[in-house]
Design a protein around this ligand. Structure first.
Ligand SMILES: [Zn+2]
Length: 201
């Protein structure tokens, strides 16, 4: 078994145990686990599975572990970004978009909204919920209608509230600029933590 030269001896010991099977595993410098499979193929392929955000590397037999390690190391930022994306996607459970589920989410929105409208000094013309898989919420600045994604139905009130406040703040500031983030900071000082939680970080 070949040791990755960039790793400390201690890590190498752990790896030598992990790679004794055909399906090898390795970790990036920051600790992201990667499953490595050797195949009859021409180039190295790296992919992040959308269903569970796991990282898979396939490589031809002749490529050394050292080269593979370097390969993933150079792409660590990309891997992290793709993992976050995959985690933010709705999981295996199909989203319940029935009238009952929509009404239930809308009721939660209506329970949370007045306090924040008052606090921020804004008023949405209406709230709506719909199946949106690529965004948590949206705000129509012309009509002042706020839409929230049915993906929020499975999230806590705290996270729902965070998205709601984000959209309400857009009624004060359309762009994601300094002013927007200052207003978010005033409204929910720990919003960044909630943002991370929402995106599965
Ligand atoms: Zn926004």
């Amino acid at each position: 078994m070949v040791c990755f030269i960039y790793l400390t001896p201690k890590v190498c010991v752990k790896l030598s145990i992990a790679v004794s099977t055909m399906e090898r595993n390795m970790r990036t410098a920051s600790g992201i686990p990667i499953s490595v499979t050797r195949k009859q193929m021409k180039s190295i392929r790296l992919r992040i599975r959308a269903t569970d955000a796991t990282v898979h590397l396939s490589a031809p037999h002749h490529v050394s572990d050292h080269v593979l390690y370097q390969f993933v190391q150079e792409r660590e930022d990309w891997i992290l970004k793709q993992k976050q994306r995959a985690k933010a996607l709705p999981r295996t459970h199909p989203i319940d978009n029935s009238t009952r589920a929509r009404n239930a989410l809308l009721a939660r929105v209506h329970a949370l909204a007045p306090r924040w409208e008052q606090k921020l000094g804004v008023k949405a013309s209406a709230f709506g919920v719909r199946l949106m898989k690529t965004r948590w919420g949206s705000c129509n600045l012309r009509t002042k209608k706020i839409w929230l994604s049915m993906m929020l139905a499975s999230k806590s009130d705290t996270l729902l509230e965070y998205v709601l406040v984000h959209e309400l703040v857009h009624l004060l500031e359309p762009g994601h600029n300094k002013r927007f983030y200052r207003l978010m900071e005033d409204a929910i000082p720990h919003w960044r933590k909630l943002h991370k939680e929402l995106h599965g970080e």
